[in-house]
Design a protein around this ligand. Structure first.
Ligand code: FAD
Length: 480
C-alpha cells in the first residue's frame, strides 16, 4: 500500500537486480549516474535474479553432482570402482545455498562499491515518471525517476490443467529445491530446462519420463543437433513421450494422451517446465505509456529503449531468454540512456543446453544460412575422432562450422558433445570477429583438447572452398 504523494527523486531507476538489472546499474554508475535498484526478492529472485537464485547456477550445480555420480559408474570401464555412489540432496542443498549466497554477496558488494543504492520492494509504474514501491513490511513510497530500466525477468509458466501445488506438481524452482530424490519424475516439457533437469534426476537415480506435446525435443534448437541427446536419453533409461499431452493427475500417476492412446506415467513428482512468462503484468506499464505484445514482451529499439526515457532488457524483451543476453543488453541500455552511441546488434548470442551431451550454437546454423541465401561450405568433426574426448570416455557428438563461401567468413558454429558450452566461446569469437577458416586453422590449438574439433571441422572444407593448399589438421581417427 503506497501512502503519501511526496516522491523521492531518482536519477536512474533500475527495476529488478538480475543479470540484466544489476549489470545495467553498474554500467550506469560507472558512467557517473546516480542509480537506485529496486528488487523485490522472494522465491524467484533477489540480487542476481532468477539466474543466480533459481536458474543458471542452481541447475548447473545439480547437473554437476548428478553427472559426477553417473561418471563414477560409467568410468568402471577404465577401472574406477566407486561402490554405491549416491547423492544426499539435503547436503547438496546446503552446498548450493553456499554457492548462491556467496555469489549474491558478490553482487551486493559490487553494487555497493559502485555506490548503487539497492531498495527491497516491488515496483509498479504510477505514471510516466513515477513508480510506487511496496516495501516488504507493506508500507509504500513513490520514486520519481529521470530515466528507468525495466529488468523484471520472468517466472515459470503454469499449465491450467496441472497447476503448481508446491508438493507433487512442481516448477523448476521447486524442483531445484528438493531435498530428497524422488523415486519417479514425470517431466512435462522437453525444452532445455525440462531436459536438463530430467537428465539430472535420472542420473541421480529417479525413474524419469519426459512428456512433450510436440513431435521433437528442444524445439528452439536446430533439430540436426539433437540426435545425440535423444540417443543418450535412451541410454539413461529416460522414457520419452513425444506428441503427448497431460490429461490429469491421479494417485497412481500422471495420465497422458499420446499417439497410442492414454497411458499412466509414474509420477511421485511432476515437474512442469513448459516455458517462462515475462514479469510484465502488474507493473502498471500502461501508466508509463508502455504496452506489451501477446507474449507479454515489451517492444524496444536497437538501443533497448521502449520510450526515450525507459529501457527494457532481458527476459521481458524478445530474443533468447538467457542471462548473458540480458547482461549484454544491459550495457547497451545503460550507455544509450547516458547519451552514448550504443546499439544491440550482436552477430552471435551463444545458445546452450546443458543436456547430455551438451549442445551449444553461435551464429547461423546451416539451415538458417541457407534460408538467408548464403553460398555455404559446411564441415564437421566428430568427437569420436578426438583424443581428449576418448580419454574423457565421452565420444558422442561433433563440432560443425558453417562458412559463407563468397566472403570466406565463418558465420556459424555448432557443438554437440562434452563441454560444448565452453567450446562455443571460440565459435562465438570467430563469428563476432568475422574470422576466416584460415584465422582459426592458423591458430595453434592445445593438444589433446576438445577445442581441436573446430579447426578439424574447418579443415574438411578446403575442397568446398576451392583452397586446396589450406592448412589442414591431421587428427587420427580414434576409430582406427
Ligand atoms: P531475472 O534474472 O529474472 O531477474 C529479474 C529480477 O527482477 C528478479 O530478481 C525479480 O525478483 C525482480 N523483480 C521482478 N518484478 C519486480 C518488481 N515489480 N519490482 C522489483 N523487482 C522485481 N540462462 C543462461 O544464460 N544460462 C543457463 O544455463 C540458464 N539456465 C537456466 C535454468 C533454469 C532452471 C531457469 C529457470 C533459467 C535459466 N536461464 C539460463 C535463464 C536465465 O535465468 C534468465 O534468462 C535470466 O535470469 C534473465 O535475466 P533478467 O535480468 O532478465 O531477469
Amino acid at each position: 500500500m503506497v501512502v503519501g504523494e511526496i516522491a523521492e527523486p531518482v536519477d536512474l531507476l533500475v527495476i529488478g537486480a538480475g543479470p540484466g538489472g544489476y549489470v545495467a546499474a553498474l554500467r550506469a554508475a560507472e558512467l557517473g549516474r546516480d542509480v537506485v535498484v529496486v528488487e523485490r526478492g522472494g522465491e524467484e529472485g533477489g540480487l542476481g535474479g532468477a539466474c543466480l537464485h533459481v536458474g543458471c547456477i542452481p541447475s548447473k550445480a545439480l547437473i554437476e553432482v548428478a553427472q559426477t555420480r553417473r561418471r563414477a559408474e560409467e568410468m568402471a570401464v577404465a577401472g574406477l570402482r566407486v561402490d554405491g555412489a549416491s547423492v544426499d540432496l539435503a547436503v547438496f542443498q546446503e552446498w548450493k545455498r553456499s554457492i548462491v549466497d556467496g555469489l549474491a554477496g558478490g553482487v551486493e558488494r559490487l553494487l555497493a562499491r559502485h555506490e548503487v543504492r539497492t531498495m527491497r520492494g516491488t515496483a509498479r509504474f504510477a505514471s510516466r515518471d513515477r513508480v510506487a514501491v511496496t516495501m516488504p513490511d507493506g508500507s509504500g513510497r513513490f520514486l520519481e525517476f529521470a530515466q528507468a530500466i525495466i529488468a523484471t525477468g520472468s517466472r515459470p509458466a503454469a499449465l491450467r490443467e496441472l497447476p503448481f501445488d508446491g508438493h507433487r506438481v512442481l516448477s523448476s524452482t521447486e524442483a531445484l529445491a528438493l531435498d530428497a530424490i524422488p523415486a519417479s519424475v514425470a517431466m512435462v516439457g522437453a525444452g532445455y530446462i525440462g531436459l536438463e533437469l530430467g537428465i539430472a534426476f535420472a542420473k541421480l537415480g529417479a525413474q524419469v519420463t519426459v512428456i512433450e506435446a510436440l513431435d521433437r525435443v528442444l524445439p528452439s534448437i536446430d533439430e540436426s543437433l539433437t540426435g545425440p541427446v535423444v540417443r543418450r536419453l535412451d541410454e539413461l533409461g529416460i522414457e520419452l513421450r513425444l506428441g503427448s499431452r497431460v490429461a490429469r493427475l491421479e494417485e497412481e500417476g500422471l495420465i497422458i494422451e499420446g499417439p497410442d492412446g492414454e497411458r499412466t506415467v509414474a509420477a511421485e513428482r511432476v515437474i512442469v517446465a513448459v516455458g517462462r512468462v515475462p514479469n510484465t503484468e502488474d507493473m502498471g506499464l500502461e501508466a508509463a505509456g508502455l504496452g506489451v505484445d501477446e507474449q507479454g514482451l515489451i517492444a524496444v529499439d536497437q538501443r533497448r529503449l521502449a520510450t526515450p526515457r525507459i529501457a527494457a532488457i532481458g527476459d521481458v524483451t524478445a530474443g533468447p531468454a538467457l542471462a548473458h543476453k540480458a547482461s549484454a543488453e544491459a550495457k547497451v541500455a545503460a550507455e544509450a540512456l547516458c547519451g552514448r552511441p550504443a546499439v544491440f546488434e550482436p552477430m552471435a548470442i551463444p545458445v546452450m543446453a546443458f543436456t547430455d551431451p551438451e549442445i551449444a550454437t553461435a551464429g547461423l546454423t546451416e539451415a538458417q544460412a541457407r534460408e538467408a541465401g548464403l553460398d555455404l561450405a559446411v564441415g564437421s568433426s566428430s568427437f569420436a575422432a578426438n583424443g581428449r574426448a576418448a580419454t574423457l570416455g565421452e565420444r558422442h557428438g561433433f563440432i560443425r562450422a558453417v562458412v559463407d563461401r563468397s566472403t570466406e567468413r565463418i558465420v556459424g558454429v555448432q557443438a554437440v558433445g562434452p563441454h560444448a558450452s565452453e567450446l562455443i566461446a571460440e565459435g562465438t569469437l570467430a563469428v563476432e570477429m568475422v574470422a576466416s577458416p584460415e584465422d582459426v586453422l592458423g591458430t595453434i590449438h592445445a593438444h589433446p583438447t576438445l577445442s581441436e574439433g573446430l579447426p578439424a571441422s574447418l579443415a574438411q572444407m578446403s575442397s568446398q572452398l576451392g583452397v586446396p593448399d589450406m592448412v589442414t589438421e591431421y587428427a587420427p581417427s580414434a576409430r582406427g
